[in-house]
Design a protein around this ligand. Sequence first.
Ligand code: NAD
Ligand code: UGA
Length: 421
Amino acid sequence: MNVCIIGAGYVGLTTAAVLAKLGHTVHCVDENEQKIAALKRGDVPIYEPGLAELFTDHQSRLFFHHKQIHVEADVIFICVGTPADSKGKPDVSYVNRAIADLTPHINEKQTLVIKSTVPIGTNERIYNHFKNEGKHIHVVSNPEFLREGSAIFDSLYPDRIVIGLREDDDRSLSIMQALYAGIHAPYIVTSLSGAEMIKYAANAFLATKISFINEMARLCEAYGVDVVDVAKGIGLDGRIGPHFLQAGIGYGGSCFPKDVTALQQMAYEQNVRPYMLEATKTINDTQLNWYVQKIKRTLGHMSKKRIAVLGIAFKPNTDDIRESPAVSLIKKLHAHGANVIAHDPKAVLHNVDVKQANTLEEAIAQADALIVATDWDEYKQLNWAYVKQMMSGNVVIDGRNCLPREAIMNAGLNYVGVGRG
Ligand code: NAD
Ligand code: UGA
C-alpha cells in the first residue's frame, strides 16, 4: 500500500520503518524542515536501536517531505505530538493543524488513522469535522503502545493491535489487517472512543504499578526491608506479574506524566474523582524529593562535593530527555551546591549549568559519590574494583535499583539503593 505519515517523531519514524519493512511505500511528512533535511540525507534524527538499519535496508520505499502531504496515499497516519498544555490537558493543536492541512486533499477512498494519543472523543470529532466539510472519511483510532528504546521490537511483535472504528465502518478493519499483514498479534476491535480509552488506561495502569512499588520502597526503607525482594515476591504471582515493579526515582518520559494528568483532567471534566490517578501522580511527583533527602542523609552536606550522575535520558536505550527524572535529579543536586558531572551514552544535557563528561572515566574520576539515574546496561556492567580506584569517595547510589549490590560492596564501596533497607 501507499502510506503517508504525518509527524516524523519517535512514533512516526518507527511506524514508517516497520511499514516499509512490511513492503509498503511510505511518505513521511513533518513540519520541521531540519528534521526532513536530515532524513533526506540519510541521517536519523533520533536514537532508537535498529531504526537507522531499517531505514537503510528499505530506503527505496521511504520518502521524506517537508509539510507537503502525499495526497495519493491509501492510508494516512497522524503521528504528531500531543503534549500537555499549561493546565495539564492534552494540547491537540498539532493534531488539529494536521487535520486542517489534510482537509482540502483527503478523499473518501482514503483511510485516516490516528496514532497520536488523543483525548476521548477526538476521533469522533475528527470524523464529524470532515462530515461537516461534506466528506465521509474512514477514521480509525489505532493507538500506539511502543516503548522508546525497544520501539522496533514492540512494533514488530506487539502484544495486541487496537483498532477503534465507527459502528458503520465495515471497510477499515480489513484495510488495517492488510496493512499489518505479517505482524502476528491479537486484534482488539472497539469503538473510536474505546480505543482512545484503552491507550490512556494502559499507560495509567503501568504508571500506577511504578508508583505502587515506589510507595512500597518508602515503606520498606522505614521497616528495613529490601523492596527488590518484595517486587520479586509479588511479581511471581501471575495475577500481579513481574513487570513495572522496579522502584526508583520515579517515572518520566514524554508519555506517562502527560497521559496520567490528561486522564485525570478528563475525569474531572466528567465529574468523576480519579482517586487512583491522583495517588499515582502524587507519589511520582514526590518520589525524587524523597530520594534526594536520602542522598542528603547519606552524604551529609553536598556543597562542593563532586557527584558523578550516570544517566541523563528518561530511560535506557534512548536519547530522549523529555520529563527525565535524571535531569531533575541533576538540577536538584546542582541547586544543593554539589559539583555535578553528568554522563550518558546517548542523551545530551541542555540548558543546565552542569558539565557533561565525554567518557565514563572522566565522570567517575575523583568523584566523592556516584549516582546511577538511568539504568543503562553499561552502568550495570561497570568494573567496581576499577571504579573504587578512580573515585575519591566510596558511595555508590543506585537510583534505579539496577546495580549488582554484592559486587559493589565486595569492591569496598558503600551501596545505597531505593527502599533496600
Ligand atoms: P515527537 O514529538 O517525537 O514527534 C512529533 C513530530 O510531529 C515532530 O517531529 C513534529 O515536528 C511533528 N509535527 C507536529 N505537528 C505537525 C504537523 N501539523 N504537520 C507535520 N508534522 C507535525 O512525538 P512522539 O513521541 O513520536 O509522539 C507522537 C504521539 O504518539 C503522541 O501523541 C504520543 O503521546 C504518542 N505516543 C508516543 C510514544 C513514544 O514512546 N514516544 C509511544 C506511544 C504513543
Ligand atoms: C511507555 C509505555 O511503556 C508504552 O507502552 C507506551 O506506548 C509509551 O509509554 C507511550 O505512550 O509513549 P516509554 O515511556 O517509552 O513507554 O518507557 P517505559 O519503559 O514505559 O518507561 C517509562 C518510565 O518509567 C521511565 O522513566 C522508566 O525509567 C520508568 N520505569 C519503568 C520505572 O521507574 N520502573 C519500572 O519498573 C518501569
